[in-house]
Design a binder for this molecule. Sequence first.
Ligand SMILES: [Zn+2]
Length: 260
Amino acid sequence: MKLVAASIILIFYSFTLLSFNNFKSLYQVKQLEQKYKINIATNSYSGGDYAKRWASWNTPTESDSVEFLKFISIFSEEWNKYPTEWIKVNNLKNIVFVKDLKVTHQQRFAMPDPYDETLYFDIEYLIYGEKYVREMIHHEFWHAIEEQQFGDMYFKNSTWCSYNVEGFKYGSGGSAAYDDGEYSYGEHPRQGFVTSYSIYGEEEDRAELYCWLFTSRTWSLLTSWIIEDTILRKKYNWMLTFINGLVPEMDLEYFEELNS
Ligand SMILES: [Zn+2]
């Protein structure tokens, strides 16, 4: 009888380990939820129609706790750069932490689902470096912002495009870079673009420029390039004006202090 009871406990314990985590009770998670009035999902999250159709993921378990702790400490540093008003005007409701995230056939760090006001992040991406993760947290949020503010994640803006040299054409979107054997990451590869990824799509150009405003290294590079790069300067001014128009406290002084 004792053996049966022990086995049942063991099975139950393994099941718990495999299918559940206690990350929700961590200080960093609670702090973000309270400050920004958003839901943070660390356990199974069913997802909206868009996510169900295009993406797949797994739920982290207790055995991922070391990885999760590292991830959430970086994530919370980046997210806490945002004034609460910025999250409110962009109507974000949920952040979901997952692993093995795939969008169509591609492995991805993150996926915005603006139709469900949700952002998904894969907690295992620190293997690609802290710099990548810090920048991409903001980059992915931009896609949701674009849908919220302009009604389309692939918004076309003629003013923005007019800044590029005449005749310039963007590539066929960010996902093309993942499938492009020729793609390699480079910074300020030509006038007007912060990275080589920016060239793949108009929305990626804005997402890249947006995320470059939020970390000190990229801010200092960007603000030095715009002295001579007039195309980039126009895009930078567009972005700052756009953000400041929604949340007045996010002015030049705010960005300078953030990155000082
Ligand atoms: Zn993107």
